[in-house]
Design a protein around this ligand. Structure first.
Ligand code: E4P
Length: 223
């Protein structure tokens, strides 16, 4: 399973990219808005496009950039503009009727699409039939309403395997490290997670303690 960062923050991307384990990035309008607000920068079309290009340069893999239009025509127009920014851009579309129509049109033109806000196996099936390259089920938001995000992911992974559909599953809305383990064991192709969860994946108190003990022992006898 590949590991993606779910962020629009360049420092976070550069930091994790240095670990040598980062395969891609996903963004969404909330993450972009948060990033620009944090920097006190006004969000213009030019600034957004420059920022997305910088993200693409910071990561060696696909970068999902989401449209904000709600109609198919607007989604296709925005999608083409986003795709023209960088060869690694994946256009992210909401899983709605308009989103399906736009997905079909963009994918026919060879533009990869990530269908987002997926909360059922049937939505994933529709997205795949519309030509999506990726589907993004939201585990955490399903868990938030006392349903089972893992069960949603299991159904989607199985459906795609049984039906032999050419689409990759991105486990999204990851809230904690157990979600990542669960997604990997269930056969997700990718998990996309916030920077904090990425850091939690690595952390273990026994690793810190063990390293300290090695260093202390070494210190006593080192040449
Ligand atoms: C997916 O690509 C989305 O950006 C994301 O995972 C949403 O997660 P959230 O529920 O933490 O907002």
């Amino acid at each position: 399973m590949e590991l993606y960062l779910d962020t629009a923050n360049l420092e976070e991307i550069r930091e994790i990219a240095q670990w040598g384990v980062l395969s891609g990035v996903t963004t969404n309008p909330t993450l972009v808005a948060k990033e620009f607000a944090a920097r006190g920068e006004k969000l213009s079309q030019e600034a957004l496009e420059a920022h997305l290009r910088a993200i693409c340069e910071a990561v060696g893999g696909p970068v999902s950039a989401e449209v904000t239009a709600l109609d198919a025509e607007g989604m296709v127009e925005q999608g083409k503009r986003l795709a023209a920014l960088h060869p690694r851009i994946v256009v992210k579309l909401p899983t709605t009727e308009e989103g399906l129509r736009a997905c079909r049109r963009l994918s026919v033109e060879g533009i990869p699409v990530n269908m987002t806000l997926i909360f059922s196996a049937n939505q994933a099936l529709l997205a795949a039939r519309a030509g999506a390259a990726y589907v993004s089920p939201f585990l955490g938001r399903v868990d938030d309403i006392s349903w089972d995000g893992g069960e949603l992911l299991r159904e989607i992974v199985e459906l795609i395997q049984v039906q032999d559909l050419p689409v990759r599953v991105i486990a999204a809305s990851i809230r904690h490290p157990r979600h990542v383990t669960e997604a990997a064991l269930l056969g997700a192709d990718i998990a996309t997670m916030p920077h904090a969860v990425f850091k939690q994946l690595l952390k273990h108190p026994l690793t810190d303690l063990g390293l300290k003990r090695f260093m202390d022992d070494w210190e006593k006898v080192k040449p």
